[in-house]
Design a protein around this ligand. Structure first.
Ligand code: SAH
Length: 347
């Protein structure tokens, strides 16, 4: 039988789950769990109780499988092991304001974007909120004495395709008795599931919404993102406006520049017209090449021209810093290489 993950429970739920014990025990356990500790480390619990808990429950469902550290900037690409033998990846970045962790929300992804390594074998399963929290604890253990202060839900998976667990994760990770990471320090990135975006706008969670746009119109967007066949760009942009209206927060548009396809000055011009008057920011992403995909990134000159055109049209734009370029930076690639290597091992 699968063991229940205690990490996903609120203090009230944990108290109910552990009602066989005095209430102060649930409080102690909650505090240990959200400091990233396993049962053996819960030193103020009797040994027999720790043993009993271990038989029915999991404390930390995520452990580190491998890591790669960038020689260029210290960025760490992490591969985590889950209890059922699956693995997911993350990226730990150190900026001057602290540590940012890029989290996965699913094993694989079913959105099928043309440039994404995560989606090559489809979606294996959703991650639980406990497994999302577990990634944060696992990364915190690597930076002993320091803490993750910012989170981006930009690893493998589509967070709004795993809606309930993602929302539970956001409530838990920002809980003042838990990790207490401010929602304003968290970004959720979506390929644009319109009905879910509207529902998410109403949750009262002031996270930054990042929208993977990658095109100035539906024709080009459909070539890169199958989801564009389901939701028209006008509807996606309307859902973004709704998010801005409900949360008062600007939306970030992510735009990976693919050679010629979406990166010409005329594309920048069309994009600027579509975004005019919106409280938004464009984050231009130099495409990370993925071996299995034929797409090529735009060159330096094209990137600069594209950004210049947006600036001329008064659209706020920055370029995503390329971190960990030497360590399989693109989302999904480390796991893919690991799985490929494992398949090649003689059994
Ligand atoms: N499903 C969500 C989150 C995962 S993708 C979404 O679609 O937003 C997170 C970001 O990584 C997206 O903006 C995506 O465009 C970017 N990304 C994926 N593959 C990439 C690649 N090969 N090069 C550059 N950015 C990539």
């Amino acid at each position: 039988m699968d063991k229940k993950a205690l990490l996903s429970l609120t203090p009230e739920e944990l108290k109910a789950e552990l009602s066989a014990y005095p209430a102060f025990r649930a409080k102690q356990i909650f505090s240990w769990l959200h400091k990233g500790k396993d049962f053996d480390e819960m030193t103020n619990l009797p040994a027999a109780m720790r043993q009993t808990l271990k038989e029915s429950y999991t404390a930390q469902p995520v452990s580190l499988l491998t890591e790669k550290v960038s020689q260029l900037d210290g960025t760490r690409k992490l591969l985590y092991a889950l209890e059922d033998g699956n693995c997911v990846e993350g990226v730990l970045m150190h900026y001057h304001h602290g540590y940012t962790l890029c989290l996965s929300t699913q094993v694989g992804c079913r959105m099928g974007c043309a440039f994404s390594a995560s989606t090559l074998n489809g979606c294996v399963r959703n991650l639980s909120s406990a497994e999302m929290l577990g990634q944060v604890h696992c990364a915190n253990r690597l930076i002993d004495g320091d803490r993750i202060s910012n989170i981006v839900l930009m690893g493998s998976g589509e967070p709004l395709d795993n809606y309930d667990e993602t929302v539970r994760f956001l409530r838990m990770v920002s809980h003042d008795e838990g990790l207490n990471i401010g929602l304003r320090h968290i970004s959720l990135s979506t390929c644009g599931l319109v009905p879910r975006m509207r529902r998410f706008a109403e949750e009262g969670l002031p996270v930054t919404l990042s929208l993977s746009l990658h095109a100035p119109n539906d024709t080009i967007r459909r070539q890169l993102m199958p989801i564009a066949n389901t939701y028209a760009m006008d509807d996606v942009l309307d859902a973004c406006r709704y998010y801005i209206e409900k949360t008062g927060r600007r939306v970030i548009f992510e735009y990976a520049l693919v050679d010629k396809l979406n990166s010409l000055p005329c594309h920048a011009d069309e994009l600027a017209s579509r975004l005019r008057g919106m409280q938004c920011h464009v984050n231009v992403i130099p495409l990370n090449s993925v071996e299995e995909k034929a797409l090529r990134g735009a060159d330096e000159k094209a990137i600069r021209a594209f950004m210049g055109e947006l600036e001329n049209r008064h659209i706020s734009v920055t370029r995503r810093r390329e971190m960990g370029d030497d360590i399989d930076g693109a989302c999904g690639q480390l796991r893919r290489h690991y799985l490929n290597d494992r398949e090649e091992q003689p059994t």
